[in-house]
Ligand binder design. Structure first.
Ligand SMILES: Cc1cc2nc3c(=O)[nH]c(=O)nc-3n(C[C@H](O)[C@H](O)[C@H](O)COP(=O)(O)OP(=O)(O)OC[C@H]3O[C@@H](n4cnc5c(N)ncnc54)[C@H](O)[C@@H]3O)c2cc1C
Length: 291
């Protein structure tokens, strides 16, 4: 199908983009990689009056680490994240997730900012960022605010972003200790959205788990942060009992629905098994770092 008619703006700077969205508000929709928005337009599930193409804003295409966090510009593409040396070295959950998103064509076009702003409960980056306690930087002409990722997702395809804001940066806290992490994804075939996905990160400190993050994909109305499971792990020795209890709590936090991909019970048990496997792998990796 053809999309409905729309106006098209191509700002050359972030300031120009902010001016357009400030002026047009709800009528305007930013366009990043187009890998979710263009299909929505073609299916006529979205019909914005104006598309604001962010494609020329090269100022949003950096991956930079400072003493506090990894700063990723909103327009950085999935494939770039998967290849970035700093991510492969210190952000293993991101490194594991990036190559599992869709297929190479989509990974070369889709962006981190677009993925988070789209807020698909089956999107992979949402769970990764929940596990990593990221912050999302939203900029408007009125100023900047940093939204904790746990407050960012507000429901299926709904975020805390205002219509006059552009998502400009994602901030991932820099690991302090020995870090391990992974992303496990069950899909019907390579390149598909997750039937179930689990993002895990742990930081080890003196033989105990200093901190742990767990995010769940496609098992609820939005990406889920498994906070009760994280709490059980924090400060604990990484025993099989502790891992099993965290996995049980994460499964209990999931809200899957029965569909053609499997029953709710099946998906909930996949969460349990993936959290268990993910934690074991992440802990092993963290213990090996610098050993
Ligand atoms: C066949 C197929 C398979 C896919 N499989 C997967 C998968 O396995 N896992 C997965 O996670 N994703 C998957 N995707 C989605 C893909 O990752 C998209 O790239 C991503 O969801 C959206 O990123 P984008 O840059 O393309 O955003 P766009 O499509 O351009 O925009 C998406 C939404 O975000 C808004 N937006 C974009 N950028 C900004 C910004 N900077 N500030 C404010 N709002 C913004 C847009 O207005 C729009 O509402 C798949 C897509 C397709 C078509």
């Amino acid at each position: 199908m053809f999309p409905p008619a729309f106006e098209y703006a191509v700002p050359q700077t972030l300031n120009e983009a902010l001016a357009v969205v400030a002026q047009r508000g709800d009528e305007a929709r930013p366009l990043a990689g187009g890998q979710s928005l263009i299909p929505l337009l073609k299916l006529r599930l979205a019909s914005p009056a104006l598309l604001v193409d962010l494609g020329n804003l090269s100022e949003l295409t950096y991956v930079e680490e400072n003493a506090m966090w990894l700063a990723v510009g909103a327009l950085v593409r999935h494939s770039v994240l998967g290849a970035a040396q700093v991510i492969r070295a210190r952000y293993p959950t991101m490194a594991a997730a990036a190559p599992q998103i869709a297929d190479p064509l989509i990974r070369n076009m889709g962006t981190l900012g677009g993925s988070l702003a789209h807020a698909d409960p089956a999107g992979d980056w949402g769970s990764v960022m929940l596990a990593l306690d990221a912050g999302v930087v939203a900029l408007s002409r009125g100023g900047e605010r940093v939204i904790p990722i746990a407050d960012f997702f507000q429901g299926p395809f709904t975020t805390a972003l205002d219509a006059t804001e552009v998502l400009t940066q994602v901030r991932v806290p820099r690991p302090r200790g020995r870090v391990g992490g992974t992303y496990l994804k069950l899909e019907r075939k390579v390149g598909d959205f997750a039937t179930v996905g689990v993002a895990v990160q742990v930081e080890m400190s003196n033989g105990t788990i200093g901190s742990a993050g767990i995010g769940l994909t496609a098992v609820g109305p939005q990406n889920i942060k498994a906070t009760a499971a994280e709490a059980v792990l924090q400060g604990a020795r990484p025993t099989e009992d502790v891992i099993a209890e965290a996995a049980r709590l994460a499964a209990a936090a999931s809200e899957p629905r029965t569909d053609v991909r499997g029953s709710a019970e099946y998906k909930r048990d996949v969460v349990r098994v993936f959290v268990q496997r993910g934690l074991r792998a992440a802990i092993r990796q963290a213990q090996e770092v610098g050993a």
